[in-house]
Structures are given as C-alpha cells and as structure tokens.
Design a binder for this molecule. Structure first.
Ligand code: ADP
Ligand code: ASP
Ligand code: MG
Length: 444
C-alpha cells in the first residue's frame, strides 16, 4: 500500500481536484490519500480566528460569508450530477454551521481556534470523497481525529497512531482509496489540534511509517526538491535523488516543500518518499531514500528565517567544564531547541528559532554568564551534501561564494551532510544567489 499526499494547490480548484481523482484511480495500487485544505483556506480560517479573538464578530462573519461563497462555487463546478451537487452543498451547509457556531463563542479561545482551522481539511476530504463516490469509485473517508495523536509537547505519538490506524484499516476501511485529513490531530486533552503549518506532509509520513508503506508520495506544485529556494533564486533545478539525511536537513532548515519533520517517520521505517508535481505528473520528481544520494558533493541549499543568535560569555565564577551543561540545561528547561552552536575558549554562541521564552532564558543565563545583545532577524543558510571528513575544498568553495556577504556564524563538521551559515536576513537573498552561482554548474 502507498500513501499519497496532495497539498493545497493540488486540491485548490475543482479541475485540480478532478485531476487528482484521475491520478489516484489511474494507478492500480490501494492507497491512503492524505489531503490538505484547499489553498488559501487555512489562511482564511486563521484570519477569521484572529478577528474573533479580537472580538470583531462582524468582520469574522463577513469573512465566513466570503469563504462559504467560495466553497459553494467550488461545489457547483466539481460535481456533475444533481445528486452529487446536493451532497456537496449538504457538506458545506453542515461544516459552515459548525463554523458559524464556533464564531459565537465568547471569549473565543485557542480551543475554538484549533477547531475552526481544522475545518479546512475536514471540508476538502469530505468534498473529495463525495466526488469520488459520485464517479462510482471504491473510496472510504477515515477521520484523522480518530487516530492522529500528539503529546503535551505537540509531538506525534507514533505508537498510538500506528495502533489506531491499523485497527481502522482492518475493521472498516476495505476500499481501494482511503481518504483522510492531513494536518489535524487530537492533543492529550482529547481536543482538536494540529501538526503546525504545512503539517499534512508530516501526516503522510507518519501514516506511511505506521503501515510501512511501499512508498510515500508528496504531490505538490513543483517538480521535486530544487537545489535552492525557487521563490528567491532565479536558476534552480530539481534534485533527482536525496538520502533521508539530506532531505531531513533541507526540510528542517527551511525548504518549504516539506514540513520540517516529514522525513523522521519515513526514515524510521525505511519508507521511500517521492516528491511529485500534480501539474506535471509525468515529471520524475525527487526520490528520497536510504541510499540514493545525488552523488555530488553539494546537493542543495535551504534557508530558515526568524532566527535569533544569543552570545554568551563565561564569567570566572564557573569551571569551564560545567559551563556548557548549565547553558543547555536552561534551553532544555524552556523546551527551546538550539539549531547552531559555535564556541571559543570563553564564549558560546547559539541560535534559536523559537524566541517565545527568550526573556526568561536570558534572565537565567545572566545569573552565571554575560550576554551580548541578541541578534534578531537572522537566517540560517544550510548547505547540504556529502561532505566526507577526508575531503578537502568544500569550506573554501562555500566561503569563496560568500566573499561579499557578512557571515555571523559558521557550523561545519557536526554531520557529514550539513554546513550551516548564519547571516542577517537582509543579506539572505544575495547569499542564496551567490551560493547558487558559486556551488552549482549550469548548462547555459
Ligand atoms: P503544498 O501546498 O503542496 O504543501 P507548499 O507551498 O507547502 O505546497 O510547498 C511547495 C512550494 O515550496 C513550492 O511551490 C516552492 O515555491 C517552495 N519551495 C521552497 N523551497 C523549495 C525547494 N528547495 N524545492 C522545491 N520547492 C521549494
Ligand atoms: N492546511 C495546512 C496549512 O496550510 C496544512 C498543510 O497544508 O499541509 O498549513
Ligand atoms: Mg506544504
């Protein structure tokens, strides 16, 4: 069995939804189909949520009406029979009643906000399943809220997901195509929650890992993982093969095509991940697996924004060997992951992307260290490839490409797959272009 995931743009228009139905039925294998919300819906629902949090009910209701009209037109174009149209309008009516009811809550809390944003995936999967039924396909909808669980840190509980999914598949999901929602899940309180923005990729990988699928396919609007961010850099090209390690680094360090955690469950169970283009299904895409690297030294580059750099100087009060432990205990206490670290005899610099607890962290660090002013608005640029320890010349190529860019930190040697460079975000685009031109060769 395979798991295929279609992102927002792949289901965002009625004709796109029709073409993914053609894709999933043209392939003979049984599969789980994970869907995102229609493109723009998650943002629209979040905007409605913000209006409600601010108590602006009239704006919220206006936005709800607009969204409903959008779905109504979508249904009119998607379904082809009176019965199908009826079913489509019925789905909209039920789900927009849920939305309207949520909009009456005062105060409008995070619980309602999460329920509201979940409606995007609930709507898209119901409409797609109804459309497949209209076409007479063998299809069942299973509900992610019945088996997708996260713990108190927002991390998926893989064992429970695996057990829950397998039970549902054995007991009731005998159809050829099993549709489910990406992104949404339940938290330890049993309330509706989600896997954070872009989380449908993660759902697909968790499900693929849980059933040890033959393959996980992530269908999106581009022909695979490119060697650099195509939104920023002019000349990028798709990378045909990546190892799990390379892909995990790229996803974690900002390649938007994959949610940062997507690769973990697939790698755990050795399930290959293929990235495919819905707009061009015959294009090769990218295959991510245990041993299919591109074979080149430098494979690709990604960038992660909103980074804060913290500079910590040891005071004499502490022995050098206890210093790093004390520093990292504080980050652990505030559950704040550290991405980059550089050290000197008396100082350590670290970067974080979650600055929610920065004030408390700084206050505690200040009890035994001196802090310089933090650098906010930084970007980590991550160069990924096969940098074996006995190879020479890679660092010079990277630094040579960046000769005109002020570099704040460099992290090299922690893994054989990643060199990380910290720059001020205002230099990011220039740095990505410079690395692109300096590290890759182009035919023209
Ligand atoms: P979906 O809605 O299908 O999940 P996303 O918008 O989340 O799609 O991801 C696809 C987008 O990721 C592409 O359109 C592209 O602009 C962006 N992207 C950023 N970095 C890369 C990269 N290295 N390779 C391919 N796409 C990338
Ligand atoms: N719909 C969610 C989002 O927009 C999840 C996803 O698309 O993967 O973030
Ligand atoms: Mg995405």
């Amino acid at each position: 069995m395979q798991v295929w995931k279609f992102g927002g743009t792949s289901v965002g228009k009625p004709e796109r939804m029709k073409s993914i139905r053609d894709l999933v039925t043209a392939d003979p294998g049984r599969k789980i189909v994970v869907l995102s919300a229609l493109s723009g819906s998650t943002n629209a629902l979040l905007e409605i949520g913000s209006a409600l949090k601010e108590g602006d009910t009239s704006r919220a209701n206006q936005l709800i009406d607009e969204l409903r009209a959008h779905y109504s037109a979508f249904v009119d174009d998607l379904f082809e029979t009176p019965k199908g149209l009826d079913r489509g309008q019925q789905i909209i009516s039920t789900e927009f009643n849920v939305i309207a009811n949520l909009a009456t809550y005062q105060p409008f809390t995070i619980k309602q906000d999460k329920e509201l944003v979940a409606e995007g995936e609930i709507l898209s999967t119901q409409l797609f399943t109804a459309y497949m039924m209209e076409k007479g396909d063998s299809v069942t909808l299973i509900h992610a809220l019945d088996f997708m669980k996260i713990d108190e840190d927002g991390e998926p509980v893989f064992d429970e997901i695996e057990g829950g999914l397998k039970k549902i598949l054995e007991e009731k999901a005998t159809a050829q195509i099993i549709v489910t929602q990406g992104f949404i899940c339940r938290n330890p309180e049993g309330n509706i929650d989600n896997l954070k923005r872009g989380g449908s990729d993660y759902t697909a990988s968790l499900l693929g890992g849980a059933i040890t699928a033959e393959e996980i396919q992530i269908w999106t609007d581009i022909d695979g993982m490119h060697n650099n961010d195509p939104r920023v850099v002019k000349r990028t090209f798709p990378v045909r093969n990546l190892t799990f390690e390379e892909a995990a680094e790229l996803a974690y360090f900002g390649a938007k095509i994959l949610h940062p955690s997507t690769i973990t469950p697939a790698k755990l169970r050795g399930v290959p991940v293929r990235l495919k283009n819905t707009m061009e299904p015959s294009a090769v895409g990218t295959l991510i697996s245990a041993n299919t690297s591109a074979g080149t030294e430098i494979t690709a580059i990604a960038a992660k924004d909103n980074i804060t750099a913290i500079y910590i100087h040891s005071t004499r009060m502490l022995n050098a060997y206890g210093f790093l432990k004390k520093v990292f205990d504080i980050f652990e206490k505030y559950k704040t992951p550290v991405d980059m670290i550089t050290t000197s005899e008396v100082s350590v610099a670290v970067t974080i992307d979650n600055s929610e607890h920065l004030e408390s962290i700084s206050a505690e660090l200040s009890q035994f260290a001196e802090l310089e002013e933090h650098d906010r608005n930084q970007t980590i640029i991550c160069v990924v490839g096969q940098f074996f320890a006995d190879k020479s010349g890679i660092a010079i190529r990277i630094l040579e490409a960046l000769r005109d860019i002020p570099v704040r930190m460099i992290s090299y040697g922690a893994s054989e797959h990643n060199v990380s460079i910290l720059v001020d975000t205002k230099h990011k685009n220039m740095a990505l272009e410079a690395l692109n031109e300096g590290l890759f060769t182009f035919e023209d």
